[in-house]
Design a protein around this ligand. Structure first.
Ligand code: THU
Length: 154
């Protein structure tokens, strides 16, 4: 799919992720990632990767968006978008979340009580895939496996 084929709400979400990509702090990898979450009330919350000289301390764009949203009072979402580029080149394939972010997004899915739609894009938005978290992390581990009821955290 290409950008024009997306629903307007997903176009807006992806454009917010693109803006967030411009705020990435990535002096080490030079790989700029932007993410955006669509809250169930329509609010869009962005995030970008924030690297560290101690490389393993880097926070990815997706988790940055989740933590940013929590502090803004949002925990219930219906979709997320991810886009990336390298300083020196555009991505030719979609960027999917890393394994750690997939696990965090599964937590968000269960908290949201909604099977989140992921919009994964190339830099130029000439190739876009819509995915679910079951596509990204099948047979996942989450709160329900621990018998935890998240309703009071919504
Ligand atoms: N990165 C993200 O922000 N999200 C992902 O899902 C993939 C990787 C960041 C982490 C690091 O700053 C850079 O991309 C290269 O790995």
């Amino acid at each position: 799919m290409v950008f024009s084929g997306l629903d307007k709400k997903y176009q807006d979400l992806l454009l917010a992720a693109q803006t967030a990509m411009g705020r990435a702090y990535a002096p080490y990898s030079n790989f700029y990632v932007g993410a955006a979450l669509l809250a169930q009330d329509g609010k869009i919350i962005p995030g970008a990767n924030f690297e560290n000289a101690s490389f393993g301390l880097t926070i990815c764009a997706e988790r940055s968006a989740v933590f940013n949203a929590n502090m803004a009072g949002y925990r219930l979402f219906s979709a997320f978008a991810i886009i990336a580029r390298h300083k020196d080149f555009d991505t030719v394939d979609i960027t999917g979340p890393c394994g750690a972010c997939r696990q965090v997004l599964c937590e968000v899915r269960e908290l949201s009580d909604c099977n989140l739609v992921g919009i994964l894009s190339t830099t130029k938005m000439d190739k876009i895939e819509l995915v679910t978290l079951d596509d990204l992390l099948p047979k996942s581990f989450g709160p329900a496996k621990l018998g935890v009821d998240l309703s009071k955290w919504r």
